[in-house]
Design a protein around this ligand. Structure first.
Ligand SMILES: O=C[C@H](O)COP(=O)(O)O
Length: 251
């Protein structure tokens, strides 16, 4: 991967961890990142996206270690929106990244393309970086997947000029929660296709594109097209997070 491309290695804890479990895990991850000062020099951004109730603790525990903290969701609404969390509050806290359009939220919580677009708009306006989750529903030809993903990116951002304000998380829906990630050939072909289409649309460098979907140690070296990994279950053991960081450093 060319050194000038930004690199991101991170994970969302989804709703897997309890309160104390978050603290134990975040403390371990902070130590792991602190032990690897070369990450910053290499332009690698470690990120963690925990549950909302521990965001403030995440900023305190992980922030000084050099870990970017993100939120798993954001509201497109303002004011009278009981139970929602707004982009302004997140940005004011020091959260920098926000997941938008994850397959689980598209399938279960009504994040249609229109909702994803509204959330992307408010996140960018608040100064947050949307981690825009996109991916095809079923395995198949890479060209079809590229078309689906590029359409999802354009629908989310609207204005091509804003495409460079996001990080794209390419997560084939069929590879999320699976025993193994999508095949390396598929990932490389789709990510290369997304990058080339977005570069053309933007008229400049495409945003960073990370891969998610049953990713873990051993994958990164096989997918040179990606700008990083978005881990899920296979980062629950903090040592695995460290292994993937080492693999990023070795590229
Ligand atoms: O948020 C992360 C992705 O959805 C991947 O999760 P997973 O690695 O558990 O499949």
């Amino acid at each position: 991967m060319p050194a000038e491309r930004a690199r991101w290695i991170g994970t969302s804890t989804k709703m897997y961890f309890g309160y104390q479990q978050h603290f134990d895990w975040m403390s371990a991850v902070a130590r792991i990142v602190e032990e690897r000062p070369a990450l910053a020099e290499a332009g690698i951004t470690p990120f963690v996206i925990p549950s909302f109730p521990v965001l403030e603790s995440a900023l305190r525990i992980l922030g000084p270690a050099g870990v970017t903290v993100g939120a798993q969701a954001v509201s497109q609404d303002e004011g009278a929106a009981t139970g929602e969390v707004g982009a302004g509050l997140l940005a004011e806290m020091g959260v920098r990244l926000v997941e938008i359009g994850h397959a689980e939220r598209r399938a279960r919580y009504g994040e249609t393309d229109a909702v994803v677009a509204a959330k992307t708009r408010v996140a960018i306006a608040a100064g947050l970086t949307p981690l825009l989750c996109v991916g095809e529903a079923e395995g198949g030809d890479p060209e079809g997947a590229v078309r689906t993903v590029v359409d999802q990116c354009v629908a989310a951002v609207g204005d091509a000029a804003l495409l460079d304000r996001i990080v794209v998380a390419y997560e084939p829906v069929w590879a999320i929660g699976a025993p193994a990630p999508a095949g390396a050939d598929h990932v490389n072909a789709v990510v290369a296709g997304i990058r080339s289409s977005l570069t053309e649309l933007i008229g400049g460098p495409a945003p960073a594109i990370v891969y998610g979907g049953s990713a873990g140690p051993g994958l990164l070296a096989t997918v040179p097209e990606v700008d990083g990994l978005f881990l899920g279950r296979f980062a629950h053991d903090p040592a695995n997070f460290g292994r993937v960081l080492d693999e990023a450093l070795a590229r």
